[in-house]
Design a protein around this ligand. Sequence first.
Ligand code: GDP
Ligand code: MG
Length: 442
Amino acid sequence: LGGCISNALRKLNNSSVIDKKELGKCLNEITHALRDADVNFEFINRHINNIKNNINFDHLSEGLNKRKIIEQAVFNELCSLLNSEKPSFTPRKGKPSIVMFVGLQGSGKTTTCTKYARHHKKNGWNPALICADTFRAGAFDQLKQNATKAKIPLYGSYTELDPVKVAVEGVERLKKEVYDLIIIDTSGRHKQEASLFEEMRQLEQATKPDVVIFVMDSSIGQSAFDQAQAFKQSVDVGAVIITKLDGHAKGGGALSAVAATDSPVIFIGTGEHMDDFEEFNTQSFVLRLLGMSDLPGFMKKINGVVISKDEKSKQAQDLSKGKFTFRMMYEQLQNILNMGPMSPLLSMLPGFKSDFMPKTKEKDAQAKIKRYMTILDSMTNKELDCKKDMCKSRIMRVARGVGLQVKEVTKLLEEYKRLAKMFSKVKTLNTPHMLKRMGGLQ
Ligand code: GDP
Ligand code: MG
């Protein structure tokens, strides 16, 4: 199944004419691939429609890479689905936070609790665990074994059968000590049973956790939405962790979990070992979902349209130094060409408001952008990085070299100055937002 979507897109690349019918076929294949990755049916239908509506073929001029635009639209839609509006919970340091884990039996709660504790310990927190699973025999011993291995203190009882009592006593005790992250492991059931949800409700009421984390096995298939929703209806789930992504599951259930709980995925489990635990990264997760394993390759292909974390921070750094270079301008122009009328940057260029742009005007815009890029192409590296000014003689040389009038080059320089000024103003206001707009990120 892997690569179904890449295959669909590759086929698209090979067909020379891409019209509505061709797009329909392509989106159909993407629909199947997403189903195979356990993405919820209804979801797919709704969002494939979004993708369809976001691509307006009448607005695309010739010469644009349409496959890239579709690829980008699918990628963006899935990323935005996974980016929950709610910010992810981060415990404070030095002041106790209480975190309660919930999930069905076997979902990976006990394992994940310890991974979560260990991760935070490595990052300067002082975590402790509570075993509130009094339902399953051996639960305390299992957590004890894990906790000992990870050197995390543990509170629990072999004899007390009331989970609420154990949890409340544990929280009281640990709060008095030095711990700033108190993690409660709870029991599960094999099925979504009323008794489990009642127990979770009581535990939540008694311990008042700062966040409830829903742990979900990635291999449960289409039942993900229902399961996540059932937990959300009982307790105030605020974050999701998806486990067993080292297996065959592609993890489409994550989309369902986010939708059903209205909460972000914060970590993923990628193995049984304590260190098989990663912070959730939307972009690489979506690439996996799409069957595109080639992360650097894909990122390069849609370079500029989607900026990787590293590049983003580098650009942010450059921008925060107020350094908007010709090279960056070039990259952004390339973006506009890649994205066509969808490009958010287009509307920042005078006279090119992207809404309702008539086809002739759009052609003009494209020609102008291409002209600019030709001029930029013939500038030296030092000039591109703004380490050397463009003097009069250089301007004339460049104009002659690309067969354009001097005033065209001067116009580009003016345009650059205008953009640079805008960026130097914007950087103090809201650089990340600006970068998002520039990069077309969600
Ligand atoms: P609980 O019943 O929710 O507490 O689940 P457990 O933590 O006991 O985990 C159930 C099984 O899943 C155990 O055998 C774990 O080792 C295994 N497990 C948990 N997380 C992962 C994971 O990310 N990858 C793999 N391969 N196995 C996992
Ligand atoms: Mg357990």
